[in-house]
Design a protein around this ligand. Structure first.
Ligand SMILES: *Cc1c(COP(=O)(O)O)cnc(C)c1O
Length: 229
């Protein structure tokens, strides 16, 4: 199947999944996870109407961006952000989905203030409490979001999570549900200067489950572009 057919099918699946939880599929932001794909395929995804392009490696994002690959489409950074790469990403990505420590948020702030912008970020939550994964501990997510609200140049727009890989299993559904609860809880606290607009969770194998649990942003790679080499 072509990339545009894939995008169309994903939209239909999102529509169905959103309806299951009384939501609307058109409220769900589809981020194409572009890693390792060539310009032609990414342009096809953009033409097919994905809402944003996401990259998880800084170098790849910078090179492709310089080559005009994402022209006309919002660009998100979705991978782990090393502190020494912050200056390359701030102001280039419209959304950094992986802010997960006070130190990183302060570095993003410093660069954003230098550029005279406010950098939109999501707080990444390590919902599976996995030692090897990035993200803030679920119990500390609200505190980190509140902290970010006190930092100039950083605008919190929501939360992101990558649960342990177990598509279709109860453990994963529980992670999605727990994320939704954290999202709603932080929203209800009405911290100054933070917004809870986006809950980013769900990838190729599990985006329908994520959407039915309340995700309104999904990051999808292989189901858009085909399996990675
Ligand atoms: C690659 C990637 C995705 C998408 O993965 P697929 O399983 O190919 O859909 C989502 N989020 C992040 C952070 C990624 O790096």
């Amino acid at each position: 199947m072509s990339v545009s057919e894939n995008v169309m099918r994903i939209r239909e699946n999102i529509e169905r999944a959103a309806a299951r939880s009384g939501g609307n599929g058109s409220d769900v932001i589809l981020v194409a996870a572009c890693k390792s794909n060539v310009k032609e395929k990414i342009r096809e995804a953009i033409s097919a109407g994905v809402d944003a392009c996401g990259e998880n490696r800084v170098q790849e994002l910078i090179e492709k961006n310089a080559a005009g690959v994402y022209a006309g489409c919002p660009l998100h950074f979705i991978g782990h952000l090393q502190k020494n790469k912050v200056r390359q990403i701030v102001g280039v990505a419209s959304l950094i989905q992986s802010a997960d420590s006070a130190e990183l948020i302060e570095m993003i702030s410093k660069r954003a203030l230098h550029l005279g912008i406010c950098q939109d970020v999501l707080i990444e939550v390590n919902i599976g409490r996995e030692a090897a994964k990035s993200g803030v501990d679920p119990r500390a997510a609200a505190e980190l979001a509140a902290f970010a609200g006190t930092v100039d140049g950083v605008c919190v727009r929501g939360l992101m999570a990558i649960p342990p890989y177990s598509p279709g299993q109860t453990s994963e559904l529980r992670c999605f549900q727990e994320m939704y609860n954290i999202f709603v809880d932080i929203k209800s606290k009405k911290y100054n200067n933070i917004r809870m607009d986006y809950l980013s969770m769900g990838m190729s194998a599990d985006y329908e489950a994520a959407v039915s649990c309340g995700a309104n942003m999904v990051r999808i790679g292989s189901a858009v572009f085909g399996a990675r080499q």
